[in-house]
Design a protein around this ligand. Sequence first.
Ligand code: NSP
Length: 244
Amino acid sequence: MADPKARAQLAGAMTATESWLRKHRLIYTGATRHPFILTIRDGTIDLSAFKTWLEQDFGFLRSFAAFVGSVLVKAWKESDDRADEEVILACLAALNDEFAWFKKESLKRDINLSEVVPQNATAGYSRFLESLMRPEVEYTVAITALWLIEAVYHESFAHCLEEGTKTPLELREACERWGNEGFGSYCNTLKKIADRRLEMGSEEVSKKAEVGFLRVLEYEVEFWNMVCPPHRTAAVTEGSTSER
Ligand SMILES: Cc1ncc(CN)c(N)n1
């Protein structure tokens, strides 16, 4: 069905991103409720896993910053709304702050970030981001991926801040960085941009954006799995900690 309006009517009041979140709920939950996050939330986190996450996420961040820069270029060239550029620019500014935070945290934990070698999951994710930076990749596809990458972190870390959780004090700052309400509103703004673009775009672009959506979730799960391999946490997901 090529007509976007007819597509929207068929889906009722649901936006494209909402219908994908529903359709791909299983993998979305896998990405936002990963055992790594659950162990932060219940206070049983293995601090060496947290250290690995710090090291690898810093590496990811370098590619992510380049990707966000490429989304800004696409917005400048293709967007129907100049306000999009301001949202993406704010994201780049926040990333500058994020780099400083990673450096501060690594100093506290005796990590030499310049010596860290990207593991397969980080390198694979970076290659995927690089593929999205190509000029022929549509702005709509790229902004949808950007929204989801940010939203997965927001949903994951916000889960560790809910009432009654046992998130260790020393990890609260990390959780607040992505789990705070301001970050949540920024994710919502990105979601609205993605939906606006998806609504006005072709069926073909929408399909590409959905493929990108799924790939982001797969890479996010792989990223968490690298930090906290499933075999080590099988017992946690089964409700016991005896195998850890
Ligand atoms: C792997 C990953 N995914 C998402 C984010 C949030 N920018 C992050 N820092 N790292």
